[in-house]
Design a protein around this ligand. Structure first.
Ligand SMILES: Nc1ncnc2c1ncn2[C@@H]1O[C@H](COP(=O)(O)OP(=O)(O)OP(=O)(O)OP(=O)(O)O)[C@@H](O)[C@H]1O
Ligand SMILES: [Mn+2]
Ligand SMILES: [Mn+2]
Length: 487
């Protein structure tokens, strides 16, 4: 495996020079350990077994190289296997769109099957998908999709069908480490592991009995994954990030590896979130935290940030009302006007379960929001107190509890469950939002692209129009009799 990884850059350059086919194996945009190892191992397998093909097989990590240090568990496992990350090829080191335009690109997607809208043009280059998520659409290409704990399990299954000598110790160690981390050390109560994951971890161990003990490896990987020491808020949010967009409204969903208390008490948090959203063009952010209590049991919390009340209210409403699966959100106080905080009672509902809820919401609610004009997002540096129903500016008022309308205590933002909440900021349980607009036409089947391609044919709306649309949203509160009454 190491020799293969080391040879990729030169092999790629030679093929591009001679205009020969390049077969890229691409992980997902959060580029977690599962995506990296699945791409490395499958590219290695394809290179060794596709002897009739003239293509060069290249694993590509779907993040810029500069982001790799944030993938602490991946850096740890590569280092442990003496594979230098300098040999890896990152998304900013290969021009997939140019290769595609030149007719040289074949693409295999691992650990995902829906391309972000920015990669929609690459959809026709996709010849295979291997993923462990529920298929949102039936791709036209070869598909291996199974709801196992780790995509690396499906890659292992593919590799062991090939020549036995192909599975070397390094490859086995990378795959096994990934499956053990994704399946939380194969513990059933974590809700990840399936019989197939267990089967292939055992098979890898039977071939290489001297691999480190599972619990030692899991603890080392878990510690590396949760090491956020020294990271800025922006880095913490980018460390494990996915992005959803629906024709102009872009939502970031970050897995955050600290408690919500610790996160909300970071100095200057609201300004940092504002700057994060502005820097990357996000209309809002959902931060999903996972932490562990003294009995090492996981608990989850969730925060919704947007400086646009309409976006915040809509996203909070759909997450509070979710029923597939229910998230069992109980509101917590947040002294920041633009942040709604929750305890999440459903401890197995990870981002994999939340993304489809938000995707459906963006698609069904017909939020054909045009790009948020910069003018609407103000600047994060302003010191003027933020108007209560602000849709502009990242004022510092959120920092200073006296300014916010749910403040009580002075001093550093505290974090404690609080009853009184401003419905204009965060809807109460049971609020429903009815959009009186006709929903978007259904996404054409077989599309591998994140949003409905028809979106691009729809009228672009200005930010003003977005809020105009949102202001028509009718909030339906179930009346005492249970029948919805319009407010
Ligand atoms: N029960 C658990 N016990 C100990 N550690 C756990 C337990 N559940 C999860 N982890 C650790 O937290 C990391 C994040 O897990 P997750 O929030 O469930 O999400 P995921 O990374 O497994 O999958 P996603 O739902 O985020 O899908 P992707 O978008 O990432 O594909 C785990 O890695 C584990 O260390
Ligand atoms: Mn995965
Ligand atoms: Mn994850």
């Amino acid at each position: 495996m190491e020799r293969f990884v080391r040879s990729r850059r030169a092999a790629l350059q030679e093929h591009v020079q001679h205009r020969q086919e390049v077969h890229v194996v691409l992980g997902n945009e959060s580029c977690d350990l599962d995506s990296m190892v699945s791409a490395l191992a499958l590219a290695y397998y394809l290179a060794k077994t596709s002897l009739e093909s003239k293509a060069v097989f290249v694993p590509v990590l779907n993040i810029p190289r500069s982001e790799f240090p944030l993938r602490t568990e991946s850096a740890f496992l590569l280092q442990e296997q003496q594979i230098p990350d300098s040999c890896l090829i990152f998304r900013d080191e290969i021009d997939l769109h140019a290769l595609h335009r030149a007719g040289l690109l074949s693409l295999t997607l691992v650990d995902h099957h829906i391309l972000p809208s920015g990669d929609a043009a690459l959809e026709e280059a996709v010849i295979e998908v291997i993923d462990h998520r529920p298929l949102e659409r039936e791709p036209r290409c070869r598909v291996t999709a199974e709801l196992v704990g780790s995509c690396a399990t499906l890659v292992t299954e593919r590799i062991v069908q090939g020549p036995a000598e192909l599975l070397d110790r390094q490859t086995a160690a990378l795959l096994r480490g990934t499956i053990i981390l994704d399946c939380v050390n194969m513990t059933p109560e974590a809700g990840k592991v399936t019989p197939k994951d267990t089967q292939y971890v055992a098979l890898l161990e039977s071939k290489f009995p001297d691999l480190p003990a599972r619990s030692v490896l899991f603890e080392a990987l878990q510690t590396a994954k949760f090491d956020v020491s020294g990271l800025t808020t922006d880095q913490m949010l980018r460390k494990d990030l996915k992005v959803l967009s629906s024709d102009g409204l872009v939502l970031a969903i970050s897995a955050v590896y600290v408690t919500l208390e610790a996160f909300l008490q970071r100095p200057g948090l609201q300004q940092d979130l504002c700057a994060f959203c502005q820097r990357h063009g996000y209309g809002g952010l959902v931060a999903m935290t996972i932490s562990f209590n003294e009995r090492n049991e996981p608990f989850r919390q969730l925060a919704v940030y947007s400086q646009h009340p309409a976006v915040r209210t809509a996203v909070c409403g759909v997450l509070e009302r979710a029923n597939n699966p229910p998230l069992d959100l109980s509101p917590l106080g947040s002294l920041y006007p633009n942040i709604c905080a929750y305890h999440q009672g459903n401890t197995v509902a990870s981002r994999k379960k939340v993304l489809p809820i938000l995707k459906d919401f963006l698609r069904e609610r017909g939020i054909t929001a045009g790009p948020m004009h910069p003018a609407d997002t103000g600047s994060c540096g302003t010191t003027r107190p933020e108007p209560k129903d602000s849709s502009a500016g990242c004022g510092e008022s959120g920092e200073n509890p006296e300014d916010s309308d749910v403040a009580g205590e002075a001093g550093a933002p505290e974090y404690e469950p609080r009853g009184r909440r401003d419905p204009a900021r965060c809807p109460r349980h049971g609020d429903a939002l009815l959009e009186d607009d006709a929903p978007l036409p259904p996404t054409p089947m077989n599309s591998l692209v994140d949003e409905c391609p028809l979106d691009r044919g729809l009228p672009k709306l200005s930010a003003e129009a977005i809020f105009e649309k949102f202001s028509h949203i009718t909030v339906v509160r179930p009346s005492a009799s249970g029948s919805p009454e319009k407010k």
